[in-house]
Design a protein around this ligand. Structure first.
Ligand code: FAD
Length: 481
């Protein structure tokens, strides 16, 4: 009798506990991925469909997974519809001996898995749920009264206190293919854009899939020395770029944990860089645990006092921010990098998010929604978790009154203006001293660089000091109310 492996956000073969266990059983395998936008648990308000950029990634990632499976003698069956019903029905049809999957600790996904487990039990079919998405399950990090931790530092200390997670599993060498099963053509799922084809920048920037994730990891391990100091520099190639691969489970956090630990053992001098890298993985973990405890993380302020925040509605300012036309080069560079490549450097994500919620007083949820649609790494935990952190409404958040100065942030983290020049070419000829504040150059100096403020590049849509004062006043109003 065949054994079924249900793939979800774990599009890899190595360190895949469900695949590993199914392959070890020696039974013929049926590997299935279900594109599920129909289960009631995945519809708003419980969940939302993945955004445009992530849909593009998913299409490529499924192709890569199918190719890897084929090389090992197995096939990836693709289906569309409510996952619990489809996998349950397939298991009955083929008289499966068992169904294996990796647990995803996100409420709607758990609920669908519960439905499947019930269907299978009623049909007398075994099922096995494996951990595999996180370093530590949320159930393991609880306060005495059973709640999740809401502050990062003690959370991470607790995770580290548990010691190393289980070692990652190797990919199965060869797989025994199960019976031939009909599969959908994913082209009918409309994951990729047709006209207009906006994915050119994504194609030029990324190779989705497990193999590419491991290539990136290998290259990153060479760059690890200096990570702690350079990770805030958008003008340097200092970070791993692994976030979309992690988002779709093409590589697991355990694999990164052990790769970093192994690098530390070989080079004790870079221990600080490795600790920093692991703590960034810790933030991913923290956001996922927050989401586990607060399934409405993308809608509701974790600090309910923020429910009364006097946000403004300004569609023109929102559009200027989305398109990278605010007149602040570091903000515009970030927003254009996002639009073109589907990611943005972490420091700049903080700067643009702060600019939206503080200088423009626009509700963080609108920024989160834009990121959700445009990021290839758009993550249901990390995206709202970080937006709430920047907005000040989060559990362990930056205080609202800390307003990033986009000029100083630019000067500090992109001192020679290389990042800005790359993404905002129309001001590239400005001398360094003006690159983060073109309006301080004289008309003649701007003309010499081919910059016309309000012409080929916008004047600032809000004065920094005015924006800052307005943000602080709004915060004072909130505190009074
Ligand atoms: P590295 O520096 O190499 O870090 C390694 C890994 O750690 C990352 O791949 C990521 O999985 C994790 N990580 C690093 N920083 C964070 C963080 N602050 N929070 C959570 N995990 C982190 N990250 C996402 O993966 N998806 C999102 O949707 C997302 N939205 C964000 C929104 C805002 C407003 C902000 C400020 C940050 C957001 N981040 C998000 C976090 C961070 O910006 C990205 O994870 C990081 O830029 C990815 O680049 P990297 O893989 O090179 O990171």
């Amino acid at each position: 009798r065949p054994v079924i492996v249900w793939f979800r956000d774990d599009l890899r073969l190595s360190d895949h506990p469900a695949l590993h266990a199914a392959a070890a059983s020696g039974s013929p395998l049926i590997c299935i991925y279900v594109h599920d936008e129909q289960s009631p648990q995945l519809r708003p308000p419980q969940a939302r469909p993945i955004g445009g950029a992530a849909r593009w990634w998913l299409a490529q990632s499924l192709r890569a997974l199918a190719a890897e499976l084929e090389q090992r003698g197995a096939r990836l069956i693709l289906r569309r519809g409510p996952a619990a019903a489809i996998v349950g029905e397939l298991a009955r049809q083929v008289d499966a001996a068992a169904v294996h999957w990796n647990e995803i600790e996100i409420a709607p996904h758990r609920a669908i898995a519960d439905d499947l487990a019930e269907t299978l039990s009623m049909s007398g079919i075994d099922h096995h749920r494996h951990p595999g998405d996180l370093l530590v399950a949320p159930s393991e990090i609880r306060t005495k009264d059973g709640r999740g931790l809401r502050v990062f530092t003690p959370f991470w200390r607790r995770v580290l206190g548990l010691g190393d997670p289980p070692k990652p599993l190797p990919a199965p060498a060869m797989l025994r293919a199960g019976p031939d099963i009909a599969s959908d053509d994913p082209a009918t799922w409309q994951l990729e854009p047709t006209a207009p084809d906006w994915a050119g920048g994504l194609r030029a920037s990324w190779t989705p899939g497990e193999r590419a994730a491991h290539d990136l990891l290998t290259a990153f391990l060479d760059r690890l020395p200096g990570y702690a100091a350079d990770r805030d520099r958008p003008d340097r190639d200092a970070t791993s770029l692994l976030s979309p691969h992690l988002r779709f489970g093409e590589i697991s956090p355990r694999q990164l944990w052990y790769a970093a630990r192994f690098a530390a053992a070989k080079r004790p001098a870079i221990a600080a860089d490795i600790d920093k890298f692991l703590s960034e993985l810790g933030w991913r973990e923290f956001c996922r645990h927050l989401l586990h405890d607060h399934p409405d993380l993308a809608e509701r302020n974790l600090q309910s006092a923020f429910d009364a925040f006097p946000w403004t509605r300004d569609d023109a300012a929102l559009a200027a921010w989305q398109r990278g036309r605010t007149g602040y080069p570091i903000v515009d560079a970030g927003m254009r990098q996002l639009w073109h490549t589907g990611v943005m450097h972490n420091r700049i994500r903080m700067v643009v998010a702060s600019f939206l919620v503080k200088h423009l007083l626009i509700d963080w949820r609108l920024g989160e929604e834009w990121f959700w649609d445009t990021l290839v790494d758009a993550d249901p935990g990390s995206n709202p978790g970080n937006w709430q952190w920047v907005a000040g409404s989060g559990a362990d958040a930056a205080p609202y009154f800390r307003v990033f100065n986009p000029i100083l942030q630019g000067e500090k983290f992109d001192p020679a203006g290389d990042y800005v020049r790359r993404w905002v070419p129309e001001i590239a000829a400005l001398p360094n001293k003006f690159i983060h504040q073109p309006w301080t150059a004289t008309l003649l100096e701007r003309a010499a660089a081919g910059v016309a403020l309000g012409g080929n590049y916008p004047a600032p849509i809000v004065d920094h000091k005015v924006g800052r004062a307005r943000a602080l006043a709004a915060y004072a109003e909130l505190r009074q109310s």
